[in-house]
Design a protein around this ligand. Sequence first.
Ligand code: BG6
Length: 521
Amino acid sequence: MATISAALDNPLLAGLEPEKQVEPLSFVIFGANGDLTKRKLIPAVYALFLQGLLPASFVLLGTSRTVFSHEQFRAAMKESLIKFAPDLPFTEESWGRFAQSIYYQPADSSKDEGFQEIKKTLAELDEKHGTGGRHVFYLSTSPSLYLPIIKGLSVSGLVVKTKANETTYPRVVIEKPFGHDLVSSRYLDEQIHEVLREHQIYRIDHYLGKETVQNIMVFRFANAIFEPLWNRNHVDHIQVTNAETLGVEGRGAYYDDAGALRDMMQNHLMQLMALVLMEPPISMDAESTRDEKNKVLKSLRPLSNESLAHEVVRGQYTNGFILGGQVPAYRDEPSVSKTSNTATFAALKLSVDNWRWSGVPIYVRTGKRLAKSITEVAVVFKEPPHRLFDSKDQVSGEMRHIPGNVLVMQIQPDEGISLKFATKQPGPHTTVRWLNMDFKYGTAFGTRTPTAYERLILDCLHGDPSLFARSDFVDASWSYIQPIIDAWQDAPEIPKYASGSWGPVESDQLLAATGHSWRRL
Ligand code: BG6
């Protein structure tokens, strides 16, 4: 097992530690008894602690309606840490030191008294630990509570709008989904901006914290050889795939209301796509990068009735087999309506109306209960301009013309980058075969990859919002997606696909219409 201390000794990682120290502060989690806290947040904060990235004066205060004593909460968090983060080095000694910073305050966040109790406890803890009254509030609750909590924090004086140039405390981290559609997202945003400035709001999108997603920018802008090819002159099309073998995993009630568009497309995949398509930012400061990503969304060609009919595909899984095991149909999942028309699969063809990408189709697909769990971005380059060779299809053995090179950024699993290129097969004839030149994180760095939440929480504690979604991005993304939501609302019976397949047949037709096909993954 690669430990965190081993990771720090790795010469390849030298220089990667943040230069700035996190200031003493209190980190308050709303929804502290929830799944996300147990599975992701506590392991992430503990990992930061192990790496010495937390300040000596640090308080983690959990709150929810469940009644726990401090000790009971610590015990519950210890249990979930062991269960959900087995890769983290755990000793009673290190946990004991970490647990000294953990506290719990039961509170009903729909009532003013709840906030008064939190305020009182926080003041005592700030005093005891010397955290200087700096607060970061993490909203890991049901989205319906975001606004009541932010209002409650404001009424109690726990959050105040900073002046433009002041320190950015207090900060509020908001989980996805940010809104349910364009109208509700705008309303939420307006209401939040009444009590907080944009630079105090951290809208989390965990895809942005993934190492491989961050590496898209490094790959593109720290290597001069790829960028000259990264445009309509050389790229034939781009395929973004997010495929999961998982179904809705006990989240039927949430998912049936959300579906693939809201759950993955509006946030994670739009962010991913923006990083692939954006122009180089003028610097790595938060606003330059976010400005460039936003320009990509502004360049997306709005969906017309024609494109809604032909360039957008939905599907829902029926029963089938995943990794040899039988799985039920979506409509038979717990808490899902038997007549549900919710899409568990969505595929889109996007057109980007700007100088760089004009005429290059960008295909994006996401789905649950597909044949394999894999997330990747494949940049498919144009074919050689003049045909000198034929190549042998590696599956059928048939001779065919040489397709374009493919650069694949594999986000997960087997994180890495590979370049597919043609080469001569050794022998008396000129037979062209395809090979991959591979970079794999696992073998190259041989170390544990920090989780997305580790990186994002650390950035938030540092006050760096670069990897968080800005208000205008969220708005532009909902604006693009909304016509699809509307069109699907009244659409007839949803196309089906068998669990364990690659989605509905319409997904293949979407690409076939332009002479393309999805990569065989
Ligand atoms: C979440 C979605 O945001 O992302 C889930 O709500 C999805 O439905 C998950 O499974 C995918 O994240 P990852 O990191 O496993 O690709």
